[in-house]
Design a protein around this ligand. Structure first.
Ligand SMILES: [Zn+2]
Length: 103
């Protein structure tokens, strides 16, 4: 099984849906409650099918993705998370140094 590229992942409907769900759950339009959401993308080592597990909701600008749940027969191939805080309020919308390291 080949490791998927970011383009492979971006073209996967299950991944697209997970990103949309995480964004909506981040409540980006609610200044008082917006927070990071995310999770892990797995690939089944036999069927090559992708699945997603979501992490518990994060904080205003934090999310713990260090302990992915075990999915029998699958391996983690990617993590994802949102940055719902707007640059208009001085937040950095792009990946942090830690994000780049972990990815
Ligand atoms: Zn981040």
């Amino acid at each position: 099984m080949q490791t998927p590229t970011t383009i492979d992942l971006a073209n996967e409907p299950v991944v697209q849906q997970a990103l949309e769900d995480a964004w909506a759950d981040s409540l980006p339009g609610d200044p008082g409650r917006r927070h990071e959401e995310g999770g892990w993308v797995y690939r089944d080592t036999t069927t090559a099918a992708f699945t997603v597990r979501r992490a518990p909701a994060g904080g205003r600008a934090t999310l713990d993705l260090n302990t992915p749940p075990v999915v029998v027969g699958a391996v983690v191939v990617a993590t994802f998370h949102t940055h719902p805080n707007p640059s208009a309020e001085g937040w950095e919308p792009g990946p942090s140094a830690g994000d780049t390291r972990s990815a």
